[in-house]
Design a protein around this ligand. Structure first.
Ligand code: IPM
Ligand code: MN
Length: 353
């Protein structure tokens, strides 16, 4: 098969981890007789520096025309420390999600047998954890009306959801649950928030279409607690944008390193695959960042965007092998053991595919 992939490396360690994912993807393509045509495009702080906006029209056109988007990370400290900056790298990510209609963010959390003891949580709590968050990505407080009033002394952000927005996300949740253990958890704050009551009512009304799926409704504060107590009691969780943002960072810790978890954003147009970690500015250019979350995002891309299960599995197998053999970057290296560089890990994966 032939694929066109938009390559959005972004900022910070983005280019370094993307580079390794490209190496691994090209190696897989060669092994299985595919052809990948990569089209690089600008987004984030580097796009602001080059053309003044974080998600240029040209980048959007490249994404729309591609079969998938592989994305690194965006963000730069010079904006984080300047709350008055009106153009920010993160706006690029939000605009990209909106314009590509990426309403569902798929964030799995699973454990690697060889890394169980890297997790800050006890082995017996996390063994067997294999859960997936479906985070709504183009609505809620992220995109609601916001502003200042009273001469700037009052600020507001509003959370809005329509039934249709909830339905299309929940539909993906029910469908995913049907392919797994048929357990779905709807995370909300329906004891307080009107939008959460709409979520609950909408999901409840959909239950009859999926009689085999057992749905639980849990408040977000309770889920935050249970997630670190009994992560392996969850399977598929659906939730709104901000709750999902917070809970998926929490969940990523379970696996032992944020450098490991991939994600997919899907919806109306081209799907996007990206590591869940950020741009890690302190490590920029040092060749120390963990490339595995991006490599595993490429695996998700092969499987979900191109329907190539075997190719995806080959990537996961070689990643597991590298972890078992300790071919890992400093975030995962055992005390006293050698920490491999970003590119050394990528080279090893390619050589062992
Ligand atoms: C994420 C990030 C983004 C978000 C930021 C960078 C806008 O934290 O992808 O989770 O909040 O959605
Ligand atoms: Mn986040």
């Amino acid at each position: 098969m032939k694929f066109n992939i938009a390559l959005l490396a972004g900022d910070g360690i983005g280019p370094e981890v993307i580079n390794e994912a490209v190496k691994v993807s090209d190696a897989i393509a060669k092994k299985f007789n595919h052809e990948i045509n990569w089209t690089p495009a600008l987004t984030g702080a580097c796009a602001i520096d080059a053309v003044g906006v974080p998600y240029p029209d040209e980048t959007h056109e490249i994404c729309m025309a591609a079969d998938a988007v592989l994305f690194g990370a965006i963000g730069h400290p010079k904006y984080d420390n300047d709350p008055k900056a009106t153009v920010r790298p993160e706006q690029g990510l939000l605009l990209m999600r909106k314009k590509l209609g990426l309403f569902a963010n798929v964030r799995p959390t699973f454990t690697f047998p060889s890394l169980i003891d890297n997790s800050p949580l006890k082995r017996e709590r996390i063994e067997g954890t294999d859960l997936i968050f479906l985070r709504e990505l183009t609505g809620g407080i992220y995109f609601g009306e916001k502003g200042r009033k009273d001469d700037g002394e009052t600020a507001y952000d509003t959370c809005t959801y329509t039934r249709v927005e909830v339905q299309r996300l929940a539909k993906k949740g029910f469908e995913l649950a049907m392919t797994r253990s048929k357990k779905l958890c709807c995370v909300d704050k329906a004891n307080v928030l009107e939008t959460s009551r709409l979520w609950r009512e909408t999901v409840q009304a959909m239950e009859k279409d999926y009689p085999e799926v057992t749905v639980s409704y849990e408040f977000v504060d309770a889920v935050a607690m249970r997630l670190v107590q009994w992560p392996n009691s969850y399977d598929v969780l659906i939730t709104e944008n901000l709750f999902g943002d917070i809970l998926t960072d929490e969940a990523s810790v379970i696996s032992g390193s944020m450098g490991l978890m991939p994600s997919a954003s899907v919806g109306e147009h081209t799907s996007l695959y990206e590591p869940i970690h950020g741009s890690y500015p302190q490590a920029t250019g040092l060749n120390i960042a963990n490339p595995l979350a991006t490599v595993l995002s490429a695996a998700m891309m092969f499987e979900d965007a191109f329907g190539l299960k075997e190719e995806a599995e080959a990537i996961r197998v070689v990643v597991n092998k590298s972890l078992e053999q300790g071919i890992v970057t400093e975030d995962l290296a055992a005390k006293g053991a050698k920490a491999y560089s970003t590119s050394e890990v990528g080279d090893w994966l390619v050589a062992n595919l």
